[in-house]
Write a protein that binds this ligand. Structure first.
Ligand code: ADE
Length: 249
């Protein structure tokens, strides 16, 4: 996966993602993150990229031209990188905005299948609508709150998508058996010591009885989801046994 982030703060994106698992994924060549500075495409002698909104109102608006030119340049780069391989079609262009569709695990899984992803980060009061209409394919929000810019949402998305790419996590199965797979929250985890400040690890986990452990974990997932995210249960793939368990609570 090659990410191309159009931003006014490229170093924020690069530095925020070059450590730990995502940093290693870059070292291994499983992902690349290209952060493109929109300001480099300003034709203004002071490299301005924003201006007052038509119609008045608070704040500044990012101008269409530098965003468009930055996008065109990225599109060219992607094309020339692909020229040796077969053409993949036009890459998706995600504009991160609180007005977009809510980002979730399902959308992360869908986007993880792309070869290239262009992510556009806004600042100030937003970006001139005309360039959005011209280039954006997906409007995505990471939650119902407003941040100061699109860089953190872009980083959140890159993290969530990248860990689904084969080879990024050491243990291939750990991306499968986790929170929100199947719309259930993850069961609680424990490690040594067996007793921590008078709190003991649940006996079943020490029993070595794999079927019982699986059953206990499934029930814990169901209980957690019911308590913390009952909305998810409606979408979950419940077995007859799951339903029986929930009904007797
Ligand atoms: N930009 C500002 N707030 C945002 C949010 N919640 N999601 C995506 N992009 C944003």
């Amino acid at each position: 996966m090659n990410y191309h982030v159009l931003t006014l703060f490229p170093e924020m994106v690069q530095q925020g993602l070059n450590t730990s698992i995502i940093g290693r994924a870059m070292d291994k060549g499983l992902i690349t993150i290209d952060a493109i500075n929109i300001r480099d495409y300003s034709k203004d002698k002071h490299k301005r990229v924003d201006d007052y909104p038509y119609g008045g109102g608070a704040g500044m608006v990012m101008q269409a031209e530098p965003v468009y030119l930055a996008y065109k340049d990225v599109q060219e780069r992607i094309k020339s990188a692909q020229s040796s391989e077969q053409s993949q079609g036009k890459p998706r262009v995600v504009y991160v905005t609180p007005q977009g569709q809510l980002f979730n695990q399902k959308l992360a899984e869908e986007l993880a299948k792309e070869d290239d992803l262009i992510i556009l980060c806004g600042h100030y009061e937003g970006i001139d609508e005309r360039v959005l209409e011209m280039i954006v394919t997906d409007y995505i929000s990471i939650g119902d709150y407003v941040l100061t810019g699109g860089e953190l949402p872009a980083m959140v998305m890159i993290d969530a998508i990248s860990r689904l790419i084969p080879g990024v996590l050491n243990n291939d199965s750990s991306a499968q058996f986790e929170s929100l797979q199947d719309n259930l929250l993850e069961y609680p985890q424990y490690t040594r010591p067996e007793i921590f400040m008078d709190r003991k690890v649940p006996d079943v986990l020490l029993s070595g009885h794999h079927a019982n452990i699986e059953k206990w974990r499934r029930q814990q997932s169901l209980l957690r989801t019911l308590k913390n995210r009952p909305d998810l249960l409606k979408e979950a793939n419940l077995t007859e046994e799951d339903r029986k368990f929930l009904n007797q609570l």
